[in-house]
Design a protein around this ligand. Sequence first.
Ligand code: ADP
Ligand code: ZN
Length: 296
Amino acid sequence: MLGAIEAGGTKFVCAVGDKEGTILDSIQIPTTVPEETMPLVIDFFRKHDIEAIGIGSFGPIDINLESPSYGYITSTPKPGWRHYGLVQAVKEAFPVPVGFNTDVNAAALGELELGAAKGLNSCMYMTIGTGIGAGAIVQGKLVQGLSHPEMGHILVRRHPDDSYKGKCPYHSDCLEGLAAGPAIEERWGAKGIELAGRPEVWDLEAYYIAQALMQYILVLSPQKVILGGGVMNQKQIFPSVHKYLTEMMNEYVAMPELSEYIVSPGLSDRAGITGSLMLAQEALSEKEKTLNYQKQ
Ligand code: ADP
Ligand code: ZN
């Protein structure tokens, strides 16, 4: 049995399941402060006999195994979670292998193994919700270097008619600052869901998302692009993204039929938690590899 945690800014989803991605039990816990949230997380897993735990977390996080702050959430503005040792807290309660990565990398992994990118060896998963983030798998491996990618904060060309200042506390008008849910709400003065009947809102949204996708596609060359998060419930964004991307790419790079290339998650809202199970399985396999090596 494997454990999985999808640690989000609003809620923690905890699940137990198997390496095939079948979820046997799950729970949702509000993200308040670590002192409140973590004991509930630990109580849930105490009820199960788990061999490993995978965590897909909001970030930025430290996933560099060599770093002294590996396993920590780093620069979040969320009270109480800044410089919090999430892996450490889990390991203290459960002496099992723990896999740790970003929520979007976990979702990319889930979608590659069992969702819209099944059978491929590369994909990217982008979420457009309270924030914007993306995870990517290239040649079967999660993209990781100095740290994990932070693709939500790239710079985009502002639409000539858009005078909204932007909402990112670090960069003002980066992609997240212009196109995440809170930016839509502040620019148009209503929540995303209430703006469903305003085509100009979603056309502008698609304009920014298409720019981001053009850059991701040119840099990473993913075989499938998966767009999730609350904002993408506005399905009308998809055809506009296809239109803008086609225009901007201008036939420079050949892409598959866009309605099959840029898609909703195959696992709907279970991509992140399913991918976190995969992270648990990876952590378990790593440990087994080490044990076998020591035996030889
Ligand atoms: P989170 O990013 O916190 O995990 P979500 O992915 O649900 O959560 O994103 C929440 C954001 O998405 C909010 O800004 C909300 O207004 C927006 N949102 C949620 N549902 C919709 C919808 N149906 N249409 C437009 N925007 C939505
Ligand atoms: Zn930013």
